[in-house]
Design a binder for this molecule. Structure first.
Ligand code: PBG
Length: 323
């Protein structure tokens, strides 16, 4: 036999020597849920180990992550039902929970990278990412709300703004709003290929943000499509996105690879709440070993992602699996 591929697997040193992909703490973005009040730390029942934090505890959590070398955070607010309305006005009012949280993190940890989520759903009484009129999601009217929201995030100190709404034209619209207001250094991480997925279930539990009526299929993408992701990516890169994101991650590794092969922008993968819940459930039942976590995160790197948004971010570093 001339070729014996097993020779390159015969020792740990050789295996490490030829390892093609590596995962570092610097590749990870940790999503964190925020809730109003003081000294709150409430576990999300479908996401064991993941909590909603009041701002005081959020700061403690950010500090403990940064001590481990985890420096990038994506913040999501759980908004009281009474504060929600049709136009998501709570999303850009001065002094709201979310804006206070961004400010507090940046003030206490200026070197932290704060990613903020732009979409109406946590603040919408309809539970949708856009304005609902007669059962329809209005695109261009929604852009105006998103613009106000993004501006409020930038004024509060956001480093990267991540629109997760899937309205048409929002990257160009937000880029213009940010530039015209002196925020040309604030980055845009576009949820480029965001699929209408059932894997977001636990996230919607965490925030109480599920649609009151209907589904998100007129704006989020059909899970059966991949060419459509190229159309979205083309538009986002032309409109000035700094990152292209694919979401969910694991069921869409082919889409990550497709975008990585066709675009030179960094690709982010969102390893979403349902993917987290799935592994945690199997691990806690003893059906899978914890190794599946690292194997899953590595699959995003192999598929071509540079950055990974994952609820596993802190634990993989705490356990010493990622440095
Ligand atoms: C909302 C938003 C969602 C997620 C991030 N931003 C849910 C949705 O579109 O319904 C999901 C994240 C996750 O499941 O971890 N715009």
């Amino acid at each position: 036999m001339l070729h014996r591929p097993r020779r390159n697997r015969k020792s740990a040193v050789i295996r490490d020597m030829i390892q093609e992909n590596h995962l570092f703490a610097s590749n990870l973005i940790f999503p964190l849920f925020i809730v109003d009040g003081e000294n709150q730390k409430v576990e999300v029942s479908s996401m064991p180990g993941i909590y909603r934090y009041s701002i005081d505890n959020l700061l403690r959590e950010v500090e403990s992550c940064m001590n481990l070398g985890l420096n990038a955070f994506d913040l999501f607010p759980a908004v009281e039902e009474s504060l929600k309305d049709k136009y998501a006005t709570e999303s850009y009012k001065k002094g709201t929970l979310y804006l206070r949280a961004i400010e507090a993190v940046k003030k206490n940890f200026p070197e932290a990278c704060v990613v903020t989520d732009v979409a109406m759903d946590p603040y919408s009484s309809d539970g949708h990412d856009g304005i609902v009129e007669n059962g329809e999601i209005l695109n261009d009217e929604t852009l105006e709300v998103l613009g106000k929201m993004a501006l409020a995030h930038a004024e509060s100190g956001a480093d990267i703004i991540a629109p997760s709404d899937m309205m048409d034209g929002r990257i160009g619209y937000l880029r213009t709003v940010l530039d015209e207001n002196g925020f040309s250094n604030v980055s845009l991480m576009s949820y480029t290929a965001k699929y209408a997925s059932a894997f977001y279930g636990p996230f919607r539990d965490a925030l109480g943000s599920a649609p009151k009526k209907g589904d998100k299929k007129t704006y989020q993408m059909n899970p059966a499509n991949s060419k459509e992701a190229l159309i979205e990516a083309q538009l986002d890169s032309q409109e000035g996105a700094d990152f292209l994101m694919v979401k969910p991650g694991l069921p869409y590794l082919d889409v990550i690879r497709l975008l990585a092969d066709n675009f030179d922008l960094p690709i982010a993968a969102y390893n979403v709440s349902g993917e987290y819940a799935m592994l945690k459930a199997a691990i806690s039942n003893g059906w899978l070993s914890e190794q599946v976590i690292l194997e899953t995160l590595m699959s995003f790197k192999r598929a071509g992602a540079t950055s990974i948004l994952t609820y596993h971010a802190k634990e993989v570093i705490e356990k010493g699996w990622v440095k």
